[in-house]
Design a protein around this ligand. Structure first.
Ligand code: SF4
Length: 289
């Protein structure tokens, strides 16, 4: 029975049991991220009927199918575009996007930067495992330099995106990063993102154990998770492991949090004012006839 010892949270009550077994490889970090999201939903007491999860294509994109809520599995790179329409039309819903690094930053990169500047209330979880796992292990915009993928057999020569810096520069009012190594902290960050009254971008550093890990000889899934601890934490927390895995000393936690007008509220205010103007003008026209 999967019950968190610190609470009555039972992840099974948020999963579609009829979709089991899931397709994730053993040790894949995406399962940890999914659990953290659902734990945050549980803690906030969100009604499943008021939760909408939109996902794109890829291993991360597949996760929405397992969530017992309103879910949409949409076209590659476009979950933010679909979610934007949904959040505008249904402001009563909590809209969450689950996307991968390729889905979000390559084909979906344009949608991301405009979602950041627009500041519509949405929570975007980008699961970053540095690779296109589902389609065979191609290089992605977050693949670290020198890493091996099926399309960089000599090692990746391109600098990778720092997704959080990109999102903050594009105007995101909430930006955060956490690792799957620390589930309670990840849950707390997602919870803070869900509570944020604007666009929240959260990068989850996850592990593709089967494709990326195997290709780069990163060891077992447990060793990959421990590697997060030694290589992604601030210097004070790092141990003696010396490896070029991702950029070292990446900050985690809430990185940006600002207050800006929320786009949906501003849009509805403008629309109401327009309706009032039209109604007044119609009344005037009626008075003339
Ligand atoms: S291919 Fe990689 S990302 Fe996809 S399910 Fe397997 S381990 Fe996870």
């Amino acid at each position: 029975m999967i019950v968190d010892s610190a609470s009555a949270f039972d992840v099974r009550t948020y999963l579609r049991q009829e979709m089991m077994p899931h397709f994730l490889c053993p040790g894949c970090g995406h399962g940890i991220a999914l659990r953290a999201l659902l734990w945050a939903v549980y803690e906030l007491g969100l009604d499943k009927d008021k939760l909408a999860v939109v996902s794109g294509i890829g291993c991360a994109g597949r996760l929405s199918a397992y969530i017992d809520a309103n879910t949409f599995h949409v076209t590659h790179g476009r979950p933010l575009a679909y979610a934007t329409g949904l959040a505008l039309a249904r402001p009563d819903l909590h809209v969450v996007v689950i996307t991968g690094d390729g889905d979000c930053l390559a084909i979906g990169g344009n949608h991301l930067i405009h979602a950041c500047r627009r500041n519509l209330k949405l929570t975007c979880l980008m699961l970053n495992n540095e690779v296109y796992g589902m389609t065979g292990g191609q290089v992605s915009p977050t693949t670290s330099e020198t890493r091996l993928t099926t399309t960089t057999p000599l090692g990746n020569s391109e600098p990778n995106f720092d997704a959080c810096t990109l999102a903050a520069a594009a105007g995101a009012s909430f930006v955060g990063r956490e690792v799957t190594h620390h589930v309670p902290k990840l849950k707390q960050l997602i919870r803070a993102g869900l509570e944020h009254p604007g666009f929240a971008f959260i990068e989850v550093l996850s592990d593709c154990t089967e494709i990326f890990g195997r290709k780069n000889e990163l060891g077992s899934s447990a060793e990959m998770v421990l590697r997060q601890k030694s290589e992604l934490r601030p210097s004070a927390y790092r141990d003696t492991v010396d490896s070029p895995f991702r950029s070292s000393d990446l900050p985690t936690g809430i990185l940006t949090k600002t207050e800006r007008p929320e786009y949906g509220a501003a849009y509805r205010t403008a629309a109401a004012a327009q309706r009032a103007r039209l109604a007044a003008s119609t009344d005037q026209n009626k008075g003339r006839t």
